[in-house]
Design a protein around this ligand. Structure first.
Ligand code: URA
Length: 243
């Protein structure tokens, strides 16, 4: 037996908090009966309806994909472009956890576990994301220091980042670096570089928490291992406690 709000969140319909609101608003039925009690636990085979729609309970699946360029991080596209979901052979209704830009490569997780996805991407949980970045121009020492301390993007300070310079080509004015951040704002890496006038010409996510791309060629994927799922969940929870 599981709590109703957990089942709804796991089905990817709403976050746990939103699910609680739906329950309190009388929008959730269990076996045909409206339930407004938050502690209610539903049996495994119970028929659960949210806003008149029966939710389907699927086994949970978790994949990690090495995303190629020119794939959208979404389930579908109105312009018929290819999406990351097209690369995974499954009959489950999976979706990407967070987003990589169309021209960004690298690590992206796909799942049908809505609650897991919410935990991973929620800024409050601040799981580390490590990127290989190539920029036009030379990243100066004081710029690195500012990135490490946090800069203001859209009036909000970024969390301290880690910067490792991998290569500086002074002749061609190109810097390769590794950047580790703990947030996932829209176009965050590109905007952090743009802040100093540097254009990102190559971007690859190499790590998310403890999950890496080891052994995965571009376009390849694998299932997350149970310990990886567990660690990502507990990383999210650890960071939740710190805040
Ligand atoms: N930051 C970006 O700017 N783009 C991405 O795809 C990921 C992080």
């Amino acid at each position: 037996m599981e709590r109703l709000q957990k089942i709804i969140a796991q089905a990817g319909i709403a976050s746990r908090r939103k699910a609680e609101e739906l329950i309190l608003e009388g929008k959730v039925k269990v076996d045909g009966e409206i339930i407004t009690e938050l502690g209610f636990k539903a049996k495994k085979n119970a028929v659960i309806e949210v806003n008149g729609k029966i939710i389907e309970k699927e086994d949970k699946v978790y994949f990690v994909l090495n995303k190629p360029k020119r794939y959208l991080s979404s389930v579908s596209d109105h312009r018929d472009r290819k999406t990351v979901v097209d690369l995974i052979d499954t009959d489950k209704r999976i979706f990407p956890v967070g987003r990589l830009d169309y021209d960004t490569t690298g690590l992206i997780i796909l799942t049908n576990d809505g609650e897991f996805a919410n935990e991973i991407i929620h800024p409050r949980y601040s799981i580390e994301k490590e990127y290989d970045v190539t920029i036009r121009g030379i990243l100066r020492k004081d710029e690195i220091r500012q990135l490490e301390e946090g800069i203001y993007l859209d009036n909000k300070k970024t969390l301290p980042a880690r910067v490792v310079i991998v290569n500086v080509d002074r002749k061609r004015k190109i810097t390769d670096l590794q950047l580790t951040i703990r947030e996932g704002r829209n176009h965050q890496v590109k905007n952090m570089m743009k802040y100093f006038g540097h254009r990102v010409t190559k971007l690859n996510r190499r790590r998310l928490g403890i999950v890496t791309l080891k052994g995965l060629q571009i376009g390849e994927y694998r299932r997350l291992k149970p310990f990886e799922i567990k660690q990502l969940k507990s990383l999210a929870n650890e960071n939740k406690l710190i805040k």
